[in-house]
Design a protein around this ligand. Structure first.
Ligand code: ADP
Length: 330
């Protein structure tokens, strides 16, 4: 790739929507890659809200020192209602122009990219997206930044619940985040050897769950763990546990909701390296005239995917992972 002809001088970077561990590593990579190509990086704080409020500052190499290992995002994040209005986006554009920002790197999930698509269709400002979400629910990348860390946190928590569950002959429902996606639930479930996994993509009815639990009880399992993806409705596991408890009394039933625990913590090596690779590729993409696309890694290769395609759900992995979880949970 040759970047000599790129007229871009000031590249804005922001994190938006749900925060994810590894976002800092991506910000760092964007800032350092800009420096490498003698471009100025500009931090936009609090996502689209900060863009509208003009919360914009130049970044230096030192602004991103000592953050690769830190969870959360130094740029802060937000969910912005105002950005969904034409007036909000107009204000955001004016602030970017007065700060001299001539291209954007958006680090976030599908909502962030939907906002970016609309923004770049209304205003002439190139945008490249970096997938930063614990949900791993974007097309065009094998993994999103934060997913590996979230799954590791979930698996470690489930291991701990297993210790207490098997000491008391208990059935535990462990609820994990995953708005419309069972990806965290499935992978954590396989890693921690759970007995069943309930995901929004392939709903399991209570009869089937009771049958699985009965069969485990017949084989004298000392505990049973069911991992439940919240599926956009936190607390879903409480309703499921209540229903199961009414029909099946072999185990004492408990519920643990992991919730926001999964968003925090130091990113794993996999997330740090993914974020570093994607940060470099995002800046190089912008300098190479790419816009309106998300950068991802597919089969270990950098790949750009138009935002419209990136935000449609992928199911193939789900089915295969579910098949593996089912085979191994007997
Ligand atoms: P994520 O990026 O993690 O999926 P959200 O769904 O909250 O998080 O989206 C982040 C932000 O993107 C929203 O708060 C909003 O400001 C902006 N956004 C999302 N969808 C749209 C849209 N259709 N039009 C304009 N902005 C949007």
């Amino acid at each position: 790739m040759s970047f000599a002809s790129s007229p871009l001088e000031r590249i804005g970077v922001f994190t938006s929507g749900g925060d994810a561990p590894g976002m800092n590593a991506a910000v760092r990579a964007v800032v350092r890659t800009c420096l490498y190509y003698q471009k100025q990086s500009v931090g936009i704080f609090r996502g689209y809200d900060g863009m509208i409020a003009g919360d914009i500052k130049d970044l230096s190499s030192r602004s991103v020192s000592n953050i690769i290992q830190r969870g959360g995002t130094i740029l802060k994040s937000a969910r912005s209602l105002e950005f969904k209005t034409k007036e909000g986006r107009r204000q955001a554009y004016e602030n970017l122009k007065s700060a001299g920002v001539d291209a954007l790197v958006a680090i976030g999930g599908d909502g962030t990219f939907r906002g970016a698509t609309l923004f770049s269709s209304e205003y002439d400002i190139p945008v490249v997206g970096i997938p930063g979400t614990i949900d791993n629910d974007l097309n065009g990348t094998d993994y999103t930044i934060g997913y590996d860390t979230a799954v590791n946190t979930a698996a470690q928590a489930i291991d701990k619940v297993r210790d207490t569950a098997s000491s008391h002959n208990r059935l535990f429902f462990i609820e994990v985040m995953g708005r419309d996606s069972g990806q965290i639930a499935l992978r954590a479930s396989i890693a921690a050897g759970a007995e069943a996994t309930m995901i929004p993509e392939q709903p399991m009815d209570i009869d089937e769950l009771v049958r699985i639990l009965e069969s485990g009880a017949e084989r004298k399992k000392s505990s049973s763990l069911v991992v439940v993806a919240e599926g956009g409705k936190p607390g879903r596991s409480i309703d499921i546990a209540r229903e199961v408890n009414e029909r099946f009394s072999y185990y004492d039933t408990k519920v643990t909701i992991l919730g926001h625990l999964l968003r925090g913590g130091s990113p794993t090596v996999a997330d740090r390296v993914l974020a570093s690779r994607l940060g470099v590729a995002a800046v190089e993409g912008l300098l190479n005239n790419i816009s309106g696309q998300m950068v991802g890694i597919v089969n270990n290769q950098i790949k750009f995917t138009p935002f419209g395609q990136a935000t449609t759900q992928h199911d193939e992995l789900e089915k295969e992972m579910l098949r593996i979880a089912t085979i191994l949970s007997v």
